[in-house]
Design a protein around this ligand. Structure first.
Ligand code: COA
Length: 280
């Protein structure tokens, strides 16, 4: 029976090794961010002292939480370790009184989660393409400034239906950020960062498609040349149309799943980019 315990920072190389085996995009910074959000909420499974799997549980207040990084080394699969890691995360989150637990499930993970009581919520697409060249500049768009945070917190709570501010503040230090404010009201904001296979655009939140495009193009222009990943919820058809307009293709289709209260449906129309599969 695997032993499950909190992961320590010095064990990040093992988590990273599992990411490389699975072909995932995370870097050291992605694991560090999870540990910064909750040092007790990242888990490692060991069998007789050998690390064999990981999972992470991020709490956005008590309203919503997100499970991610569910990875089991191929030599240890189909022995119940993935299910045990999940059960551990669920217990941890329920002990903290969260109303809703979500995750973005791969086809390999979904059967495991269905057995644990998760239900399908909506599809989630990973889209990719080359960073477009020759993008127009958008004078209205500027980097996020310290005074923007109260407005970002308010708009993000409406769109995401939970308090993501600690995450957004960390992302702000990791790569380009952009915001549009008009008439004293925030219209859109977004973030981007580097990844192993591709740069990552998101999260991106906007009240309308035009401002989403302006923020996205500003972020894209700030990224290095090469591939970009951009995760969207196709239930927001405008987000799919936007990413599609750059010739990006769907490379992975995941299923957003939920255990507990349903949250966030009203805000989907403002979500033009997710934060990542492990963060929502
Ligand atoms: C998805 C993943 C984490 C599952 O890990 P796992 O440890 O193999 O999961 P479990 O062993 O708990 O369950 C997987 C399957 O093994 C079966 N199983 C569990 N214990 C078993 C046992 N003792 N003997 C045989 N089969 C067993 C489960 O019933 C399940 O079967 P099913 O797929 O037919 O429903 C793993 O395949 C993985 O790392 N995949 C790549 C990364 C990935 O996609 N992660 C999910 C992200 S959302």
């Amino acid at each position: 029976m695997a032993e499950i315990r909190p992961m320590r920072a010095e064990e990040i190389p093992f988590g990273l090794e599992l990411c490389r085996i699975a072909g995932w995009n995370q870097l050291v910074a992605d694991w560090e961010r999870l540990l910064a959000l909750d040092p007790e909420g990242v888990f490692i499974a060991e069998e007789q002292g050998t690390p064999c799997g990981t999972a992470s549980a991020v709490r956005y207040g008590t309203r919503l939480s997100w499970i991610g990084m569910v990875l089991v080394h191929p030599d240890f699969r189909r022995r119940g370790i993935g299910s045990a890691l999940m059960a551990h995360c669920i217990q941890y989150l329920q002990q903290h009184g969260v109303e809703s637990i979500k995750l973005d499930a791969t086809d390999q993970g979904r059967p495991v989660y269905l057995k644990l009581g998760f239900r399908d919520e909506r599809p989630c697409y990973r889209m990719t393409g080359a960073r477009p060249d020759g993008l127009p500049s958008h004078p209205e768009v500027r980097p996020i400034a310290p005074g923007d945070w109260p407005k970002i917190a308010e708009m993000d709570r409406a769109a995401f239906d939970a308090d993501r501010l600690p995450l957004l503040r960390i992302l702000h230090g990791e790569g380009p950020s952009a915001v549009i404010e008009r008439g004293g009201e925030l219209q859109a904001y977004g973030f981007a960062r580097l990844g192993f296979n591709a740069s990552y655009l998101g999260p991106l939140v906007s009240r309308n498609p035009d401002d989403a495009r302006a923020v996205a193009e500003t972020l894209l222009a700030a990224l290095p040349a090469g591939s970009v990943y951009w995760d969207i919820l196709p239930d927001n058809a405008a987000s799919l149309a936007l990413v599609d307009s750059y010739g990006f293709q769907v490379i992975r289709q995941l299923t957003r799943m939920v255990l507990g209260a349903s949250t966030g449906s009203d805000g989907v129309a403002q979500i033009y980019g997710a934060a990542s599969f492990e963060l929502g």
